[in-house]
Design a protein around this ligand. Sequence first.
Ligand code: SF4
Ligand code: SF4
Length: 131
Amino acid sequence: MIPIKIRAHHLLCIQGYQGHGYSQDFEENMGRMVEKFRVNPTLPVMVVCETDAICEYCPHQSAGRCTNTTLTHEQISKMDSLVIEKLNLVSGATIGINKLISLTKKLNKTDVVEICDGCSWRECCLWFQDK
Ligand code: SF4
Ligand code: SF4
């Protein structure tokens, strides 16, 4: 089975998602992804530090770069690197989504504040708010 590419910090975003996104296409895709992971907990996911299956439907994705103006492409990539580092993962590794989600539970409030620094969704993100 071909793994779904997910950038590392999106492992957190999918757990905090409450239906708010950058566009209708983005929200519909995000909803599908969250549901897909819910009903297929062992689905293989390739963890990456680049645009992924969620960025694919985002209006800020352009030629493989994040063009969001709230945070730069480099700042977004740093979020991914922080998650990879804190969870002792390797970029490009393929692991079941359930195992990845379990790993993220190791992150404490300090980690999450550092990773999510500057994200404009913090106020409506359950992952961030519940930490
Ligand atoms: S606060 Fe932002 S970056 Fe952090 S998990 Fe939520 S949506 Fe993702
Ligand atoms: S804002 Fe950037 S990182 Fe977030 S989904 Fe859109 S393209 Fe991907």
